[in-house]
Design a protein around this ligand. Structure first.
Ligand code: FMN
Length: 248
């Protein structure tokens, strides 16, 4: 196994960080790593905003509720961005670009681009001995999330990544069996998926019961039923329209 794969397979989210801040050099290296991710047609349809201001962190923590929004070595916010691409154009040309800029397809492109950059940044950070935690909870109030960052139209705030020196070492969380996620040539039968999930339920239940902190008795099936039976963040749909994204 090479060291890149070792880093990837060693991933676990870190939610407790030492006080030490990242240096400017570390931040730049991480952003450079993010930027080198593949990107659809070289559009680079994302923007990364680093949060160094304590007050801004406090405001973001209000939305997320998670302490690691404040307590980290650095906080990166990832946005899908179809604003920058328009700045190259005259007013006349820009109006011709709008149909594409505001399309669902380009909204997907922006989300994929941002996610790829974010995962590159995460792996780079972990390879440097840092820990990371994604923060989708910042979308608990997407309107406020956007307002705090002063985002223009055609930009959407997606998630944060808290990065820093780990101050705990949680056990690695097991994933679904390979046969539940990788299939050849066509989508699998429901029977196959159901049996794979049952297998995983046993494994994750044992993990939750024996891990060193926050023990609980729960299966993945129970978690997913709970999650998808309770609608949350439905306002995101209207917000994307307000930002003039995902419109057609
Ligand atoms: C897009 C995204 C959003 C997430 N949001 C949060 C969050 O708001 N707070 C948090 O503590 N963890 C968050 N996570 C971390 C997941 O809970 C975690 O990755 C998952 O449970 C698997 O655990 P692991 O990363 O330790 O392997 C998020 C992960 C992703 C990919």
């Amino acid at each position: 196994m090479n060291s890149t794969i070792e880093t990837i397979l060693n991933h676990r989210s870190i939610r407790l960080f030492k006080e030490e801040k990242l240096t400017t050099k570390q931040i730049q290296l991480l952003v450079q790593s993010a930027q080198q991710a593949s990107t659809s047609s070289n559009v680079m349809a994302y923007t990364i905003i680093g949060i160094s201001d304590k007050n801004v962190k406090e405001e973001l923590k209000e939305i997320s509720g998670h302490k690691h929004v404040i307590n980290n070595g650095h906080l990166f916010i990832f946005c899908g961005d179809l604003h920058r691409v328009q700045l190259v154009a005259s007013d006349e040309v820009r109006s011709k670009m709008m149909e594409m800029v505001e399309s669902t397809e380009q909204f997907i492109v922006a989300n994929i681009d941002a996610a790829l950059a974010a995962q590159n940044l995460s792996i780079a950070a972990e390879s440097m001995g840092l820990g990371i935690c994604f923060l989708g909870s910042l979308r608990n109030n997407i309107e406020r999330f956007s307002e705090i960052l002063k985002l223009p139209e055609h930009v959407i705030p997606l998630f944060g990544i808290a990065v820093g020196y780990p101050d705990h070492k949680p056990e690695i969380k097991p994933r679904l069996p390979i046969d539940a996620v990788y299939h050849e040539n066509q989508y699998p039968t429901d029977d196959k998926l159901i049996s794979m999930v049952a297998k995983y339920d046993e494994e994750i239940k044992a993990y939750y019961q024996t891990r060193s902190t926050n023990r609980k008795v729960e299966t993945w099936t129970e978690q997913m039923i709970q999650k998808y039976s309770n609608s949350t963040r439905l306002d995101v749909a209207d917000f994307t329209k307000k930002q003039k994204l995902n419109n057609q």
